[in-house]
Design a protein around this ligand. Structure first.
Ligand code: DX5
Ligand code: ZN
Length: 232
């Protein structure tokens, strides 16, 4: 227990703003702001209107973002049959590619393919999907994205049961001596960032809480400070 506590002393939480909530008429300015900000990654939500009830953006927009972004692109695929598009995203130069467990009957193969393409492989879990499903793949993935809302839309309320799942996931990672990072996606704001950090989240995704702010750059700074208050 003590060793685990000490490891949290060195725990630095990273922030991945989700551009889903950004003003798309000014996407270039948004990316420039993120380049200058304390954001660590840029989270890009790809939705197909089939896996989730919404359509967002796809390859051409991410290609444009890649051309100006100076930070890693964390691409969250909320699409069916993601295996069809892995190479296309890799060719654009994205860094992290996350697929949904619920969309992949052959998840192990998909994870292998992402890694063979030279990218970090992430797997995302919907709020109802149990952590135990990761038991036989946790040592093969670079990132687990725990959805704290039902995917499809920005600006939804954080589901509090995520705290229990986060603890369970952290225990699984420790037990299996795995290296996967934990990302929390959905409803992250100043009211929950510190608790998520203290419970072992490595990356926080935040859309609405950043881009609905009058000063998104300051909102990023505040969220990072808040997350570090407890974890540092
Ligand atoms: C939800 C997306 C999230 C979303 C987060 O389907 O995966 O990344 O943009 O946005 P907020 O922080 O507004 O919940
Ligand atoms: Zn996302």
């Amino acid at each position: 227990m003590e060793a685990e506590g000490l490891s949290y002393l060195r725990h630095v939480v990273q922030l991945a703003p989700s551009i889903l909530s950004a003003d798309f008429t000014r996407l270039g300015e948004v990316i420039s702001m993120l380049n200058r900000s304390e954001a660590d990654w840029i989270h890009c939500d790809v939705m197909d209107g089939r896996f989730v009830p919404n359509i967002s953006f796809g390859l051409p927009v991410i290609q444009a973002v890649r051309q100006i972004a100076t930070k890693p692109l964390d691409v969250h695929l909320m699409i069916v049959e993601p295996e069809k598009y892995l190479r296309d995203f890799a060719d654009l130069g994205v860094d992290i590619l996350t697929v949904h467990v619920e969309a992949c009957p052959h998840l192990h193969r998909v994870v292998q393919e992402i890694r063979q393409l030279g990218l970090q492989a992430g797997v995302a879990l919907n709020p109802h999907t149990p952590i135990q499903l990761l038991s036989d793949i946790i040592h093969e993935v670079d990132l687990v994205c725990l959805m704290a809302v039902n995917p499809g839309f920005g600006g939804q309320a954080f589901i509090k049961h995520t705290y229990e799942k986060l603890t369970e996931l952290r225990e699984l990672i420790v037990r299996k001596e795995a290296k996967a990072k934990i990302e929390i996606d959905g409803g992250v704001d100043l009211s929950n960032a510190a608790t998520l950090a203290a419970k072992g989240a490595d990356i926080l995704v935040a859309g609405n809480s950043i881009f609905s702010s009058k000063d998104p750059m300051q909102a990023i700074r505040l969220l990072k400070r808040t997350a570090h208050t407890i974890s540092a």
